[in-house]
Structure formats: C-alpha cells, structure tokens
Design a protein around this ligand. Structure first.
Ligand code: ADP
Ligand code: TRP
Length: 459
C-alpha cells in the first residue's frame, strides 16, 4: 500500500465536468481503492485568481460537494471513509512549511515555472504579477512534502510542479543533511488524453463553455449533450455519417456500453440512425454512469452536517501527519530553541507544580514502545516513546522506588509533557516527562491514554 496525495484548486466555478473526471478524478479514484489516500481542496491556491469572497466560498463548497459525490459514487462505503479529505486552509502547517521552503528555493527555479511564464505572455508586466501566483509551486511543494506521499496523481499540466517539488525537497535535505522530506513521484498516466470539448475544437474547459457537467440538472446536461459537435458534413439522418472527430462517439467510447456503441457506430456510418437518437443514448449513458454519484451529491447537499463532519475528520487526520513533518522541520532548521521550551524546575518541597507551570505544559499522547530499567540506577526506568514525531523520544522516570516495573509501561499509552527542556540523566538526555498525578500514599499514578491517537495534543 502506498500513500497518495492530490489536490484540486477551486477555480472556475468549482464544479467538475466529464473532462476533469476522465483526465484526473478517475485515476485518483482507481488508486484510492487500494492505497492510503489524502485529498485536499486547495483553497489557498484559489486566492491567486479569485479575490471575491462570495465567489471563492461558493467555489470551495461546490468543489467539496463535487469531489465527495464522485468519491462516494464510485467507491464502497469503507473505501470512502478511509480517504482523508480536507481543506488546505484547515491545516495551518501548509503555509508554515511554505514559509520555510521559501528560503531554500532559488528565484530562477520559480521563474521557469509555466504558470508564471504563461501569465507573462498574456501581456501582464512582471511587476504586476502577484507574488502568490509566483510562489504557487512552493505552496504546492509544501502541500505535498508535508504528507511524505509516494505518489502524487495529477494531470499532465502539473508535471512541472512535481519536478519543482522534488527539486526543493532535495535542496532542503542537502542543506540540513537529513532526509526530512521524501521526494515524491508524479503519477501521470500517459494514456490520459486531454478530453476535447463539446465544440470538438478545444480542450474541454469551464472557461470555454464547452463542457458536459456531471452534477447539473438533467435539463442542463441534456442541452449540453444536444449541443455537442457531431459530423458537420451530415445533412440528414439518412446520410452516411463520420465517427472520427465526432464528439458524441468520443464520449460514448467512455460512457456507453461497448456492444451498443459499436452497433450505433455501424448504423451511423450506414445512415440508419439520427444524431438525436445517438445523443439521447449518450445522455442516458451519462445518467447511468454518474447515477450513484448524482444521488450522493443530493444526499450530501441536503446534509451539510455530514460534509462538515467529513471535513473535520479530515482536518484532524491531516494535522497529525503534517505536525509530524513540521516538528522535524523545526528541529533540523533550528526554529525550535530551548527558549520556546518550558523548563521544569523542581519545586522546593513536594512534587506538585503550580497552576502557572501546568498552564504552560504541552501534553501529548505517547506510546511506550520499549521500557527497561536503567543500568546503574535503582530508581530510573528508561522509556522509548513515540509521540508522533519521526524519531521516538527517550524519557526517564524515577519510579522504581514506588514499586513500578518496566512492564507497567511497555506497550501502553500515557500522557507525556513534551515541551520540557531536555535534561541530562546519567549520561543520556531525557526528552520529556511522563505525566503523573498523586495517588494514594503519595504514590504517583500515570494517566492511561489507551484509545487515543499517538501524538495528539491534549493541551
Ligand atoms: P478547467 O480547465 O475546466 O478549469 P482545471 O484546470 O481546474 O479544469 O482542471 C482540474 C483537473 O482536471 C486537472 O488535473 C486537469 O489536468 C484535469 N482536466 C481539466 N480539463 C481537462 C480535459 N479537458 N481533459 C482532461 N483532463 C482535464
Ligand atoms: N495545482 C494543482 C492543480 O491546479 C492543484 C494542487 C494544489 C495540487 N496542491 C496540490 C495537486 C498538491 C497535487 C498535490 O491542479
């Protein structure tokens, strides 16, 4: 099982057409069936072109509904639930990571980016191009690198962005001499041709008005189908017609039943079937093909609570992975200093901490993967603790005097204080503390965190 990540920008009006489906979403859905999958709505990227609040909100909502409906329509309930679907702006690490990446990226790399160069060619002065558009590839690199995916399925137009991402990741790893980022591979299937629009001339694109929609009303879709370019040389239904370049048949090759499509083609060539009949069949085929997705669309649209729930589950799951990566980034770059850590001072008497100290503690769920008595000490137990970072932490606890043994900790989850200054203990650093409360007879008691996700932050 591989990890996949992809994103779609809420541009246009946020809705997806059959070109988007065939060119991008379909591949993604196929891969999602057997891989660990992250999918985001790249709303921060939307800001580069859409600077109208109503429009952007509308697009984000539309895209969320469109994508979820397609996923739900073509996947089983279980596959659907396993996808981490989230909004880019719900995970603040994206911008944080971009900010760090800015500093390992040479200007020249971005100047060679197509999106920027295209804009320059459209009579826009370099000085007038917004910096967001210019650094678009860097935000996308952050989107990708935070999740350490194996594969990034995208359309052909995104190939260069993946290359830039690999380049930036490589530079970062070299500069900081640690493989913090995984260099991702694009997944750009060759056979994915560009889908031509209903005009038969240009790529299907919302901005060209030559699309067939997926989630519009039947009336709208019927009109789009009826307006599709067929064979301009054919005057009457009884004239022999051409299949090549005929968009209705091009779409039928994907959405129709192959046997029926073949016989329709024969009839069309022979002049024994009308354009309208073939278009009716295309319309019916689309309704059948996208039937489950259209039903899911209505259901989701009428249940905003359901959508909200999916997005907040997605946010939580994405944050866990993104936090892990950013912790590493902070550690290797040095933007975590001892000053931002909270230094625990042993109180004069007793073992309690003040409210003020308690308020400053960062507490996380840690999984003890290993526990042993520390050699040469009659008090200390040495714990190896996974708190959701790449490298586990070593934490000492001096509780053998209270009758605790390594077995009391091994394999279990507890709460740990994770922002203490590291402290040398018998030649090794203790990188945190297990949280204890006073129990009977002043015996410390540890707080079980079974069932809670590793690394989750309690406060
Ligand atoms: P549009 O051109 O309609 O605005 P986008 O640029 O937002 O569509 O594309 C979203 C995704 O769908 C991209 O991965 C893109 O490669 C793919 N895509 C868009 N139009 C087509 C098309 N006509 N044929 C194949 N893939 C397409
Ligand atoms: N730039 C991509 C597009 O226009 C969308 C995108 C944003 C993306 N972040 C991403 C794709 C991360 C893959 C991975 O289609």
């Amino acid at each position: 099982m591989k990890r996949l990540l992809s994103g779609i920008t809420p541009s246009g009006d946020g809705s997806l057409h059959i070109g988007n489906y065939l060119g991008a979403v379909r591949q993604f859905i196929e891969l999602a069936k057997s891989n660990e999958t992250y999918l985001m709505v790249a709303d921060l990227h939307g800001l580069t072109t859409i600077q109208d609040k109503k429009q952007l909100q509308h697009n984000i909502e539309t895209l969320v509904l469109n994508e979820l409906a397609l996923l739900r329509g073509f996947l089983t309930e279980e596959q659907f639930r396993s996808i981490v679907f989230f909004r880019q702006s719900d995970v603040p690490m994206h911008t944080e990571c971009q900010s760090v990446l800015n500093n390992v990226t040479p200007l020249g790399l971005l100047k060679r980016a197509h999106a920027y160069k295209d804009k320059l060619q459209k009579d826009v002065m370099e000085d007038d191009i917004n910096v967001g558009l210019f650094s678009y590839p860097m935000l996308m690199a952050a989107d990708i690198l935070l999740y350490r995916p194996d594969l990034v399925p995208v359309g052909k137009d995104q190939k260069q962005h993946i290359e830039i991402t690999r380049d930036i990741a490589g530079r970062f790893n070299r500069i900081y001499k640690k493989d913090v980022f995984r260099l991702p591979d694009g997944y750009i299937p060759d056979e994915v041709a560009v889908v031509m629009g209903t005009d038969g001339k240009r790529k299907m694109s919302k901005s060209l008005g030559n699309v067939i929609s997926i989630f519009e009303s039947e009336d709208v879709i019927r009109k789009q189908v009826m307006g599709t370019y067929t064979d301009p040389t054919r005057g009457h239904a009884t004239d022999p017609g051409h299949i090549e370049g005929n968009m209705v048949f091009a779409y039928l090759d994907f959405f129709g039943d192959p046997v029926r499509v073949k016989s329709l083609k024969d009839d069309y060539r022979a002049g024994s079937v009308s354009d309208v009949e073939v278009k009716e069949y295309l319309f019916d085929s689309l309704m059948t093909f996208f039937g489950a997705a259209r039903t899911a669309y209505d259901e989701l649209k009428n249940n905003p609570g359901m959508v909200k729930d999916i997005l907040s589950r997605g946010q939580a799951a994405a944050m866990q992975v993104a936090t892990r990566t950013m912790t590493d980034v902070r550690l290797v770059t040095g933007i975590t200093t001892q000053y931002s850590f909270f230094q625990y001072q042993k109180p004069e008497s007793g073992s309690s901490v003040s409210i003020d100290e308690f308020a400053r503690m960062e507490i996380r769920v840690g999984h003890v993967t290993e526990a042993k008595n520390k050699e040469g000490s009659d008090k200390l137990i040495r714990l190896v603790v996974d708190i959701g970072e790449t490298v586990p932490r070593i934490v000492f606890t001096g509780v053998r005097g209270f009758g605790y043994t390594p077995e009391d900790f091994s394999g279990k989850k507890f709460l740990f204080i994770t922002n203490l200054m590291y402290r040398k203990m018998m030649g090794e650093e203790s990188q945190g503390m297990i949280l204890a409360v006073d129990g009977a007879d002043n015996r410390p008691q540890f707080i079980s965190a079974e069932g809670m996700p590793i690394g989750s932050k309690i406060r």
